[in-house]
Design a binder for this molecule. Structure first.
Ligand SMILES: C[S@@+](CC[C@H](N)C(=O)[O-])C[C@H]1O[C@@H](n2cnc3c(N)ncnc32)[C@H](O)[C@@H]1O
Length: 254
């Protein structure tokens, strides 16, 4: 279960559609397009999806990545989210594919048998599970439904040191930006082996600002290429001391 504050927050965000799960303040949509494409480019390269794969999108929100993954013609993809409004929205928008299903999650027990999924992905979800015992319990539950040697792929906002974030204009802590060391240690202590992690510093790249200010539509064909350049130029930059850095992690169940 999540508390009432989070319930209301995500419930309201669901009504904003795609913007509600990325940056709700981005009304023009250029920044969110940049973030969305960046996530997809990284996940496509790293997940190496194959037609026999059963995939879980944990904390799927309005289904942007779940639907995109279903297009790879994999065996099955399940989008799971703790906010019923998110699941309703995802179902309304993307109910058409046979290999795709959205289900509500009760916040503690994933309704699938042990060793069911080949791959799990999760983007910007674990950082909202602030309480340490819940965080560990969730990792173990993900491990239970993942096949032995299966992999989990996730993207979270990382800081040099763990940093609690209050929701704007409230005292409510809705996010914990963990350090990469913290993610690695906690996963290792709960049955996983690190395969790789790297910071996604693309927002410090040279094209980011051009793209989020607004790109003439006749040039939008070039955006994936520009993001790719930003990603490769900034991949080796250190995580900033005072700003968060999106980071990609893969762990294997052992
Ligand atoms: C920032 S959105 C990201 C949605 C989606 N992963 C994406 O990248 O488009 C965070 C999502 O996590 C969900 N969430 C929050 N706490 C959760 C939990 N304990 N278990 C599963 N989902 C959770 C919220 O309902 C929300 O849909």
């Amino acid at each position: 279960m999540i508390d009432n504050f989070q319930k209301n927050l995500w419930g309201k965000r669901a009504s904003l559609g795609g913007r509600g799960v990325l940056d709700p303040a981005d009304k023009k949509g250029f920044k969110n397009r940049y973030i969305d494409l960046t996530h997809k480019m990284i996940l496509e390269k790293e997940m190496k999806l194959s037609t026999s794969d059963k995939v879980l999108d944990f904390g799927c929100g309005t289904g942007r990545l779940t639907f995109w993954i279903a297009n790879f013609k994999i065996s099955e993809v399940i989008g799971l989210d703790v906010t019923p409004e998110m699941i309703d929205r995802a179902q309304e928008k993307y109910s058409s594919k046979k290999n795709l299903k959205f289900l509500s999650y009760n916040g503690s027990k994933i309704q699938f048998p042990d060793n069911y999924f080949d791959k799990i992905l999760s983007v910007w979800v674990l950082q909202h599970i602030v309480e340490e015992s819940k965080f560990r319990e969730t990792i173990r539950e993900l491990g239970r439904v993942l096949k032995e040697n299966g992999q989990i792929f996730f993207i979270e906002q990382v800081m040099q040191r763990n940093s609690l974030e209050k929701y704007p204009q409230t005292d409510y802590i809705y996010k914990l930006r963990r350090s990469s060391e913290n993610y690695i240690k906690t996963f290792q202590e709960n049955g996983f082996r690190l395969v790789k992690w790297y910071p996604i510093n693309a927002r410090r790249g040279i094209f980011y600002k051009f793209i989020v200010i607004g790109f003439p539509s006749f040039l939008s064909f070039f955006i994936p290429l520009l993001i790719r350049i930003d990603l490769s130029l900034t991949r080796w930059m250190k995580v900033s001391k005072d700003k968060y850095t999106d980071s990609f992690f893969t762990f294997k169940e052992v």
